[in-house]
Design a binder for this molecule. Structure first.
Ligand code: ADP
Ligand code: MG
Length: 252
């Protein structure tokens, strides 16, 4: 059982001209077993929401709360958030020069579990997770995200998701820049994760395409730093047909 609860979240980003408010009161509850899609136009603050949950230092929470099973997420370090059961896949994953995928995954798993995984089963688990996302075992010797194609980055994230097995996964634009094969692999990975039945998923996306493969329970339309409309999967169909215009105009 796990619940991620975001209440009236206000966030400002540090810019050269001083802090700029981006999130203007986001309220959202993700219970276990639920998949929520956040959809919205470019620049509406979707990634800012993901970064704020992740604890990125550039984003300052100026109001509201984020809790996981009642525990104050905003008061946690980035490592503590992972240990508490949060997984965050960012729209633009960073390169980690000199660190192999194998070492990166082992370090992450150790941080989450509080102890190092047993070496023999771990290597098997890593290879299995990589191959399920269509990556060769040799991929584990590459440096993290260095020269990875868009598809490889996202496949690697899904392998991470499987190995770390969090309670709640926040996936920011996991579908962006993917060809149809990679999109299906990524969607299958998320669906395998969901199949456990008690996982929460927050799927942030600009396009409705991935929602053909991952069915959300709830769809939220994000405009100007807050949720402008909420509904079921049918709302995604409506957005596909009508776009975001009507919601954007309403905020002007
Ligand atoms: P989305 O993911 O919905 O496209 P973002 O959260 O990336 O939106 O951005 C929301 C707004 O915040 C945009 O206007 C963007 O320019 C601004 N913003 C986000 N991060 C920064 C930053 N580090 N510095 C300056 N502006 C930022
Ligand atoms: Mg974004």
């Amino acid at each position: 059982m796990s619940t991620l609860e975001i209440k009236d979240l206000h966030v400002a980003v540090d810019t050269e001209d001083g802090p700029k408010e981006i999130l203007t009161g986001v309220t959202l509850t993700i219970r276990d077993g639920e998949t929520h899609a956040i959809m919205g136009p470019n620049g509406s603050g979707k990634s800012t929401l993901a970064y704020s949950i992740a604890g990125h230092p550039k984003y300052t929470v100026t109001g509201g709360t984020v809790t996981l099973d009642g525990a104050d997420v905003l008061g946690m370090t980035v490592d503590e958030r992972a240990r508490a059961g949060l997984f965050l896949a960012m729209q633009y994953p960073v390169e980690v020069p000199g660190v192999s995928v194998a070492n990166f995954l082992r370090t992450a798993k150790t941080a989450v579990d509080g102890e190092a995984p047993k070496l023999r089963t771990w290597v098997k688990d890593v290879n299995a997770a990589l191959s399920r996302t269509g990556l060769d075992p040799a991929f584990s010797q590459r440096n993290v995200n260095e020269g990875f194609s868009g598809g490889e980055k996202k496949r690697h994230e899904i392998a991470q998701l499987e190995l770390l097995d969090p309670k709640v996964a926040v996936l920011d634009e996991t579908d962006s820049g993917l060809d149809i094969d990679a999109l299906k692999v990524v969607a299958e990975g998320v669906n395998r994760f969901k199949a456990a039945g008690d996982k929460g998923v927050l799927l942030i996306t600009h396009y409705t395409r991935i929602l053909r493969y991952i069915t959300p329970d709830y769809v939220h339309v994000f405009v100007a730093g807050r949720i402008a409309e909420e509904g079921g999967p049918e709302l995604a169909e409506q957005l596909e047909a009508e776009g975001y215009d009507k919601y954007v105009k309403a905020t002007l």
